[in-house]
Design a protein around this ligand. Structure first.
Ligand code: ATP
Ligand code: MG
Length: 777
């Protein structure tokens, strides 16, 4: 009767219909794991399981929302509303709002984002009088984060001589103290960082058996998507909650485990069968997402990994296009190629912008792609990177709102106590911090009791501090009676924030004002939306939690049609008809930082597998020969992963020996835009050897080996510049030997006219030209 079960194949239906008890679905990309999870929930509800008794943990909140929508369409809206679904962080933040008081946290605790944590750590390092070059706050924040994810509390840290010694050896003997101060300060501020949301949940469930029992009883059915990327802390929570009923369903793919750098532990999936009794293991083999070429190419890559579970993935979809590989001279040219291809494909095949995604290994690669898309007027959206909520002006407004909800929030207070400027100086703030630490109170509490304390603050400043306290308190009173939108609008005006940016008058100031307006609109939407939910009221606390845990990925994209740009890590679980993976170069992908051990390299390869398997119809992989990195132009080598794809599934758009065409492109790049129609015209007739032959990759490699000093990956023009003069003999990686005839222009525009022995006369922009001086006598 229930038709939705017909939308599954037999292999998928089995885990959906599985009765009680632990089950695991292990299967390759695109085989319907997420669909199984979604349908299983719908099926459970159809079988009479109360939606209150189901907990589903997903990789993004957006994924949770989409699943909920699908489930609602099967079982009805009102039932689906009560499901607890979301990321680990958002679900357990909610749980801690109910029961965190047992650990001494207020129900309105603040969630510190990474920036808040880092600022606090930097402040602590300064207060302790430590050398900030040895105690680097970002590194320390990383350390603390990994301790927390391994459940190493401050106490556990000090009880572990290995950890203590390791930090002493690393000349950071006071690491433990910083950790302790950080934890104390967060506690005092009524704040939890992201890792605390898991750590404190674990603490709560361990220390308070009655709380554990309550939630074990509530969450009789627990389902986890992307189980391969759970870390130890998440693993323990799931284990504890499912211990009583053992109705735990996990789905995952060991070949897509890509978060070990954040403590994710692939062994969670491998040990699942050991952790529970009578685990039913299901496998799915049919991929519904991608063409045969994509599936087979992806299989050929992942087969190179040694550590993996045996898996079969096949598809009955069309054969499709081969995987395209394209080489560009520079990253700017790569951007132009991608934008140009999207432009052409859209025209030829009537596609939408939203059919395309550009994926990269690191966020910084987005710039050249963005530039090119902008030039073509192709709308795009960047996911990740600096999110809207991390912009300065937005954080300013949010800091006020945070203070209203939780006046102990130290980072929020420090941010706005003197912004907009109200004559409260750093010395005063430092005194307040010292007093707060001394009395074990929050800064706000110290400010409330200034009269009783002898803090060496003059009367004028005391009055200003008093005014600030009064203002925040007036907002708090207003918060009792108004919704989040009304309050936020009032706060933006009353604090002078809007005026501050308006006064500024610059385009940036205006942009900031507009962003605040956008924030206010967002709050309004949120309030409206929340009112429809069963257990939500549209309060400020709810809004702030939503914001703190929101990633750009979660934003409703709605109907606006844009090309998606994101890192491969973020793309996990998603799918797009057309995918470009850019920057397929050694040291970039695989990342230079992940090539020390086989297991690191295997993780990079899994990342490549994830990238490729996002594509439904076509995947294009691009690499460049020169790329700007860290402000320098470097030689880039094609990624080893390109060679690893079984070549029968590959179409190489720019074979290595097409020197002539390549050279034309290079010249075009130097002197202006590429005119493609011309390129075609000047293509050599077959059989005619190009006049300047570009050495192939092997020859280049040999060349580099022979003359390492000439070919360090940073072909540094500064070196060249200094002794480059008219009459000097030079070597160019592609054009060979030549003589400098003339140098003209300045700075970035500096050019050299060079007579090459074989390539004729060339005018090269020194910024790009890869020259080395071979004789300057
Ligand atoms: N039986 C089916 N019939 C038709 N389409 C299906 C079927 N099963 C899955 N699909 C579709 O195939 C695509 C991939 O499914 P899904 O995202 O659930 O796979 P997955 O295994 O979770 O992938 P990933 O490993 O990337 O997370 C989706 O578009 C889904 O709707
Ligand atoms: Mg999935």
């Amino acid at each position: 009767m229930s038709t939705f079960l017909d939308e599954l194949n037999d292999a998928q239906r089995a885990p959906v219909l599985h009765k009680d008890g632990p089950l695991m679905v292990i299967a390759g990309a695109g085989s319907g794991k997420t669909r199984v999870l979604t349908y299983r929930i719908a099926h459970l509800m159809n079988q009479g399981v109360d939606s209150f008794n189901i907990l589903a943990l997903t990789f993004t909140n957006k994924a949770a929302r989409e699943m909920k929508k699908r489930i609602a369409s099967i079982v009805g809206d009102s039932e689906a509303k009560n499901l607890w679904m979301g990321t680990f962080h958002s679900v357990f933040a909610k749980l801690l709002r109910y029961d965190g008081d047992k650990l001494g946290f207020p129900s309105n605790f603040t969630i510190y984002d990474t920036q808040d944590s880092q600022r606090l750590i930097a402040a602590i390092i300064k207060e302790m009088g430590l050398d900030k070059d040895i105690y680097k706050y970002k590194q320390i924040q990383n350390r603390i984060s990994s301790y927390k994810n391994s459940l190493i509390t401050v106490k556990a840290y000090f009880q572990n001589p290995e950890l203590v010694e390791a930090d002493a050896m690393a000349k950071r003997p006071r690491m433990g103290e910083i950790y302790k101060n950080y934890v104390d300060r967060c506690f005092k501020a009524g704040a939890m960082d992201f890792d605390d949301l898991l750590l404190r949940t674990n603490e709560l469930l361990t220390r308070f058996p009655e709380v554990l029992m309550k939630y074990q009883d509530r969450f009789r059915y627990i389902l986890v998507d992307e189980y391969q990327d759970t870390n130890h802390s998440q693993y323990l929570i799931v284990k504890a909650l499912s211990d009583r009923y053992q109705n735990i369903c996990v789905v995952g793919d060991d070949a897509q485990s890509i978060y070990s750098f954040r403590g994710a532990n692939i062994s969670n999936i491998l040990n699942f069968q050991r952790d529970y009794d009578d685990v039913a293991v299901y496998r799915l083999e049919q991929n519904y997402r991608s063409t045969q070429n994509i599936v087979k190419a992806a299989n050929s890559i992942i087969a190179k990994n040694r550590d993996q579970l045996e898996k079969v993935v096949w598809t009955s979809n069309d054969e499709g296009h081969k995987i395209k590989i394209h080489r560009s001279p520079t990253d700017a040219e790569e951007g132009r190629y991608v934008a140009g291809s999207i432009f052409e494909m859209k025209m030829q095949e009537q596609l939408q912008n939203g059919d395309f995604a550009v994926l990269y290994r690191t966020n910084s690669q987005s710039r050249s792609i963005e530039d090119a898309l902008r030039k073509r007027d192709i709308p795009y959206r960047i996911y990740g990177g600096l999110s809207f909520y991390q912009r300065k002006e937005i954080k300013d407004v949010l800091a006020y709102l945070r203070l209203i909800v939780n006046p102990k929030d130290e980072e929020a207070l420090k941010r706005v106590i003197n912004f907009p400027a109200r004559g409260i100086g750093q010395t005063t703030i430092d005194r307040l911090v010292v007093a707060a630490n001394h009395y074990g109170r929050s800064i706000f509490e110290v400010m409330e009791h200034l009269d009783k304390l002898n803090l060496n603050i003059n009367a004028g400043t005391k009055r200003k501090l008093g005014d600030f306290v009064t203002m925040i308190k007036s907002f708090q009173i207003m918060n009792e009676g108004s919704d989040a939108f009304t309050l936020a609008e009032h706060v933006s005006k009353k604090t002078g924030l809007l005026l501050e940016f308006k006064k500024d008058g610059t385009p940036e100031g205006i942009a900031r004002m507009e962003n605040i307006e956008e924030l206010l609109n967002g709050i309004k939407d949120f309030v409206e939306g929340q009112k429809e939910l069963a257990d939500a009221t549209g309060s400020l606390t709810e809004f702030l939690e939503d914001v703190a845990l929101a990633t750009d990925m979660d934003k409703e994209v709605g109907d606006d049609d844009r090309v998606a740009l994101m890192t491969i890590h973020l793309a996990k679980g998603l799918e797009f008809p057309y995918v470009f993976v850019v920057g397929m170069e050694e040291d970039l992908f695989p990342s230079a930082m992940s090539m020390n051990t086989r297991s690191e390299l295997e993780e990079e390869r899994r990342l490549f597998y994830v990238a490729l398997t996002r594509a439904e119809k076509q995947a294009t992989l691009t690499y460049t020969q020169n790329r700007y990195r860290w402000g320098k132009l470097i030689d880039a080598e094609p990624s080893r992963f390109l060679e690893e794809i079984d070549e029968q599934y590959v179409e190489n758009l720019t074979p290595v020996n097409d020197g002539y065409r390549y050279k034309s492109m290079l010249n075009a790049d130097i002197f202006g835009e590429v005119d493609k129609s011309k390129l075609r015209q000047i293509k050599p007739k077959s059989g005619t050897p190009p006049s300047t032959h570009r050495p192939n990759e092997n020859q280049l490699r040999k060349l580099r080996k022979l003359k390492p000093e000439l070919s360090t990956s940073t072909t540094n023009n500064n070196v060249v510049d200094s002794n480059l003069a008219e009459g000097v003999l030079v070597n160019h990686t592609r054009f060979g030997r030549g003589k400098v005839l003339k140098i003209e222009g300045l700075g970035n525009d500096k050019k050299a006219e060079i007579q090459f022995e074989q390539g004729g006369m060339k005018k090269l922009l020194l910024r790009f030209a890869k020259l080395e001086v071979i004789d300057n006598t």
